[in-house]
Design a protein around this ligand. Structure first.
Ligand code: COA
Length: 144
């Protein structure tokens, strides 16, 4: 398994993971915008030709934001999520970011446990931020 910059050939696998992971999934066009993005990366973990998980982050000056992170349901709890998060943190730092922010559904215990164990701390709440279903977003940040 290895983490690489995603290309067009990864999009079907990434969209399969995206739609199986989120009730409010991004569109294919929205994900494809991050192929070759100048100010961010779409990272994919691949096992042979198969996408196992992916992460999208964006950097603006000293602030980075983790936009998306998901692992194929049958591949979870094997360290892929942590590896993708670490790769996003390293990539953002190498682009000059000093902090990374993210938003996560309040009820998303798995993701919140991952972020907490990686050193992210809660820094705010956005009420009713998400739709499908409506739910608060918890904001977390990490100093790089
Ligand atoms: C969140 C997600 C990316 C984690 O990916 P993963 O590959 O399963 O995570 P890892 O195996 O690297 O786990 C790292 C740590 O996260 C925590 N964790 C992961 N899944 C967990 C779960 N179901 N319950 C509790 N803690 C969990 C644990 O601390 C774990 O460490 P451990 O296995 O040593 O106990 C995955 O569950 C996922 O794709 N969920 C759906 C999409 C999503 O919610 N993305 C986040 C949006 S903000």
């Amino acid at each position: 398994m290895r983490i690489v910059n995603a290309t067009e050939r990864h999009l079907d696998g990434i969209m399969d993971i995206e739609t199986r992971s989120f009730t409010d999934a991004w569109s294919r066009e929205g994900v494809a915008d991050y192929l070759d993005a100048p100010d961010g990366e779409l990272l994919v973990m691949e096992d042979g030709d198969e996408a196992v998980g992916f992460a999208i982050y964006h950097v603006s000056f000293e602030d980075a934001e983790l936009y998306n992170l998901a692992v194929r349901p049958d591949c979870r709890r094997r360290g892929a999520g942590r590896a993708l998060l670490n790769a996003a943190l390293e990539g953002a730092a190498s682009r000059g970011a000093r902090r990374m922010f993210l938003e996560v559904r309040r009820s998303n215990d798995a993701a919140r446990a991952l972020y907490k164990s990686a050193g992210f701390a809660v820094c705010g709440v956005r009420r009713n931020y998400y739709d499908s279903p409506r739910e608060d977003a918890v904001l977390m940040d990490f100093t790089l």
